[in-house]
Design a protein around this ligand. Structure first.
Ligand SMILES: *Cc1c(COP(=O)(O)O)cnc(C)c1O
Length: 422
């Protein structure tokens, strides 16, 4: 009889044969359903990471899996050398929801960011009249936009950047949530600045929520100087922060959320939960005036816009609407922060809780290089809840948005009971 592999066996296997580009929490998962995942020993956990907010619709959502199965049996890939009967339908569906003229389909988030950078540069030369090779894109300090050479070229994280040079030129960094710096940089060099690329909430940096009005004012400064405002909503989008988008400025997302319009970016980058975590799908959306700089041969991807991706994305978006996930995230997020704020008053271990909707983080009262946050995550795991530290002493909490109130209260109990042990 063959012995079943234990968690320890599987971890050892990955350590031996896999490149060490991640440092996972030691837990080996083999099944997921809704807000739960199970490890190979059969222990059940609440998932409080949701694959970095890719699994907003919950694990293995039956409707999304159904769409995947059906399309997988029908037609999987044609490449864009030919038309397929799903892509146009999906493009229209997404454009109607997000309020843009056109969508450019890609696969991973980083690819979509690269795509937006390429479009912004080409728009800069062909529409704004920036002299050849002079285009600049403004980015924010502590940003996270992915892992390609160009993207890490404008990262401020030494691990992400170190020894990957020479770096791509043409990026200027300003501090996040700092309108004055943004205004100064744009005013100094507005003829050469094509775009401002920003995360509406900085997820990887530790869930930094900017001041009220920051995004809208940044958008206005950009508009004034003919600079494209690009929102990277790969992590914040698709109902995570209690609205369909964290920038929710499009009014065509009727039925998705109740929020009043705030701002609308010139380019919107989506990934992660646009597939419900079922398939690598990303997209850039923009209006014709911008998207028309892309012509045959200027950009592409073999898998981008394949029929499975189109079917999965449409169903994943429909689930967000039908199950009112934005509303749920908004309501549960309030409860979560209120409960943890009450707890903080009685505890020295957590200094603050912050976030929007169900994208939240707690800051642990210890130095950034301490192992306290990691140790807390190990204890949370033992107590049946999976979360991961980000940047040393910060723990992000981002459960699937299909969670109900009773489950959330159970999770809050687990978190409080774990924290009092420290
Ligand atoms: C995850 C993420 C990316 C990169 O997406 P990948 O699919 O991992 O390439 C880019 N931007 C933001 C804000 C993200 O959270």
């Amino acid at each position: 009889m063959i012995k079943e592999a234990t968690s320890a066996d599987i971890i050892e296997l990955e350590n031996k044969y896999g490149a060490h580009n991640y440092h996972p929490l030691p837990v080996v998962l083999s099944k997921g359903e809704g807000v739960y995942v199970w490890d190979v020993e059969g222990k059940k956990y609440f998932d409080f990471l949701s694959a970095y907010s890719a699994v907003n619709q919950g694990h293995c959502h039956p409707r999304i899996i159904g769409a995947l199965e059906q399309q997988a049996r029908t037609l999987t890939l044609t490449s864009r050398a030919f038309y397929n009967d799903m892509l146009g339908k999906y493009e229209k569906y997404a454009c109607d929801i997000f309020g843009f003229d056109k969508l450019l389909p890609m696969n991973s988030g980083a690819e979509a960011v690269e795509t937006a950078v390429k479009i912004a540069r080409k728009w800069g030369y062909e529409k704004k009249g920036i002299p050849t090779n002079k285009a600049k894109i403004i980015v924010c300090g502590q940003n996270f936009h992915g892992r390609t050479v160009t993207i890490v070229s404008f990262s401020s994280d030494p691990d992400a950047r170190g020894n990957f040079g020479p770096y791509t030129e043409g990026f200027v960094e300003v501090p996040y949530n700092d309108l004055k710096s943004l205004k100064e940089v744009i005013e100094q060099d507005h003829e050469n600045i094509a775009a401002f690329l920003v995360e509406p909430i900085q997820g990887e940096a530790g869930v930094f929520v900017p001041d009220e009005g920051y995004l809208a004012q940044a958008r206005d400064i950009c508009k004034e100087h003919n600079v494209l405002f690009i929102a990277d909503e790969i992590q914040t989008g698709i109902a995570r922060t209690g609205k369909l988008l964290a920038t929710c400025g499009n009014c065509s997302c009727e039925g998705f959320c109740e929020k009043k319009p705030e701002i609308k970016p010139d380019m919107l980058i989506l990934g992660k939960a646009i597939s419900g975590g079922v398939y690598p799908i990303s997209a850039v959306l923009a209006n014709d005036e911008i998207m028309e700089v892309i012509t045959p041969g200027t950009h592409g991807s073999t898998f981008g816009g394949n029929p499975i991706a189109a079917a999965v994305a449409m169903e994943a978006l429909a689930v967000v609407k039908d199950e009112k996930l934005a509303e749920n995230a908004n309501r549960l997020g309030e409860i979560f922060r209120n409960e943890l704020n009450e707890f903080i008053k009685t505890s020295d271990i957590v200094t603050l809780v912050r976030g929007k909707g169900l994208l939240n983080a707690i800051v642990i009262n210890d130095t950034e290089d301490s192992s306290t946050a990691w140790d807390i995550c190990l204890k949370l795991r033992d107590n049946g809840l999976l979360a991961k530290p980000t940047h040393g002493n910060i723990i992000r909490f981002a459960p699937p948005l299909v969670m109900n109130e009773e489950e959330l209260y159970q999770c809050i109990e687990i978190i409080k009971n774990t924290l009092v042990e420290f």
